[in-house]
Design a protein around this ligand. Structure first.
Ligand SMILES: [Zn+2]
Length: 515
């Protein structure tokens, strides 16, 4: 741990106590064998029920009542060490300053603190324009108007990750007692920054300041939420990063993507949680009443299924259908043996793509779902196969149109070699397989007329794949043999004579000129 290159912030007694006591956990070190337990908070031996002592589980000191973790003495034979970060807010002119203090605390096997150190390791200034200036002992970004991601990715002078990136201590806590005072006279004076910290007693989030301070100036959603008493959502927004919403809207109702009716419900019930918000958003989106929502939720809102739904393009088109038939679907699902909603969605999706009438109850709710699903898969595979055949046929037709022209243009034989024009796309693929090179992937280019593929054959064995030549227009791009090998001098001689007669240009690849 290195010092900041500036004067370290002076800590009050209360702040110093906070760093020492409230960042890293307290422990009850116990030995079942010796019937001994020691609290690291009140630093005294305590009487505990050894039957409930459980290494690393939470407990409370019977004496000082501090929250603590059990630690079994035999697991920590050589002592242990905790690292953490304590965060303080202060004010300098009209800026908020955030100080990150690293602390290190070492214990011996009996829970006695053998070493303790605290140092200010990172300082960040936030001004009224939404600019930030952060520095640690090796890095200083100067005043920057940065979005959070850019700031988070800023590296040190030598490209090394610095403290603000590298920060990974397990234990973090924020000192909240002076926040109300620290924001007076800054643009955050009327924000809920001091109040949101009261919503939670442990503040394990080291990036809250920068998220909150900047959002407040640009898009103070957390602030709006706090003001209408939506504390849970506000807390979620600040400490977990985001809630599902549309930031582009102006009013809170629209930002939260709910209609008037659902907005009233949210206000009436007060302080909704995330599930409640999502529910109201769904009800807005699909016009569900409560009962409809319950059924929808039962089948479609499960996390994995939800993902499946959203990953499907056709789902949007199927959505109204689900709504219309929700009650029927529920009844059907209960009565069908082994009904699985994922399979059902697949079934409808395939049915939709096959052009079935999805308004028909015979299609929507077939008599034996398992059987109907199986039949649907069969039809779907048949259709896919049909499509593949049609595509191949089309490609061959296109190729055939060009082939006669190629035969006229490129017919050539000399010494022991001959140029052959492939019969079709299958021929080209087969050539690729025979010679273990990738000409098979050129079929698309060939059918579009971008590339021309010609086979070079030995007249002694015309059926045997030998070399493959690619042309584009009047340029020779490449000529490859088995496993992508280059031309032998004989083949090269043949190809260059061919080029000369057909007025083709050899590219660099082919030992020709740059063009
Ligand atoms: Zn204690």
């Amino acid at each position: 741990m290195a010092d900041l290159n500036v004067k370290e912030m002076k800590l009050t007694k209360s702040m110093a106590n906070f760093l020492y006591n409230d960042v890293t956990p307290h422990y009850i070190i116990f030995s079942k064998k010796m019937k001994k337990a020691h609290c690291t908070h009140c630093d005294s031996d305590v009487e505990v029920d050894f039957n409930i002592a459980n290494h690393n589980k939470e407990t409370k000191c019977p004496k000082c009542k501090a929250k603590a973790l059990w630690k079994a003495e035999h697991y920590i034979r050589y002592g242990f060490e905790d690292n953490g970060c304590g965060i303080f807010y202060t004010k300098e002119d009209d800026c908020i300053v955030v100080h990150h203090f690293d602390i290190k605390k070492c214990y011996d096997r009996f829970g006695k603190v053998t070493f303790y150190n605290s140092k200010e390791a990172l300082r960040e200034y936030f001004n009224k324009n939404g600019w930030v200036k952060g520095f640690d002992n090796t890095w200083d970004c100067g005043w920057k108007k940065l979005n959070i991601r850019e700031y988070d990715n800023m590296k040190g002078l030598a490209g090394e990750p610095c403290y603000h990136i590298n920060f990974r201590w397990q234990y973090i806590n924020t000192y909240t007692k002076n926040i109300g005072k620290a924001i007076v006279g800054t643009p955050w004076e009327h924000s809920c920054l001091d109040k949101i910290y009261k919503l939670k007693d442990n503040h394990h989030y080291w990036d809250v300041p920068k998220v909150f301070l900047r959002d407040y100036l640009i898009n103070p959603l957390a602030e709006y939420l706090y003001k209408v008493g939506f504390y849970t959502l506000c807390e979620h927004m600040v400490f977990n990063g985001s809630i599902p919403c549309n930031h582009k809207e102006k009013s809170l109702m629209n930002i939260l993507c709910v209609n008037k009716e659902q907005w009233k419900e949210l206000l009436k019930n007060g302080n909704p949680d995330l599930d409640e918000l999502k529910k109201r958003q769904r009800m807005t989106q699909y016009g569900f009443n409560e009962q409809e929502f319950e059924i929808f939720h039962k089948y479609f809102e499960d996390d994995t299924r939800y993902y499946r739904l959203n990953s499907r393009t056709s789902y949007d088109e199927l959505k109204p259908l689900y709504r219309k038939t929700l009650y029927q679907l529920d009844k059907y699902a209960i009565n069908e043996k082994d009904f699985e909603i994922g399979e059902y969605i697949d079934y409808l999706d395939m049915s939709d793509k096959l052009g079935d009438d999805l308004n028909s109850t015979f299609i929507l709710f077939p008599k034996d779902f398992k059987k109907a699903h199986k039949e649907m898969v069969r039809r779907w595979n048949e259709k896919k196969q049909q499509i593949a055949i049609e595509q191949a046929k089309k490609r061959n037709e296109e190729y055939a149109k060009m082939r006669d022209k190629y035969i006229k243009s490129f017919a050539f034989e000399e010494n022991n070699y001959k140029i052959i024009v492939p019969n079709g796309c299958d021929d080209i693929c087969k050539e690729g397989q025979n010679l273990h090179h990738c000409v098979g992937t050129y079929v698309d280019k060939v059918c579009k007329g971008i590339s021309i593929i010609l086979f070079v054959r030995d007249v002694a064995n015309l059926a045997k794949s030998f070399y493959t030549l690619e042309l584009q227009g009047d340029r020779m791009i490449q000529c490859r043999g088995k496993n992508n090998t280059d031309m032998t001098p004989e083949v090269k001689n043949f190809i260059f004579n061919f080029a000369k007669q057909k007025h083709l240009i050899a590219t660099m690849n082919m030992g020709g000129v740059a063009i």
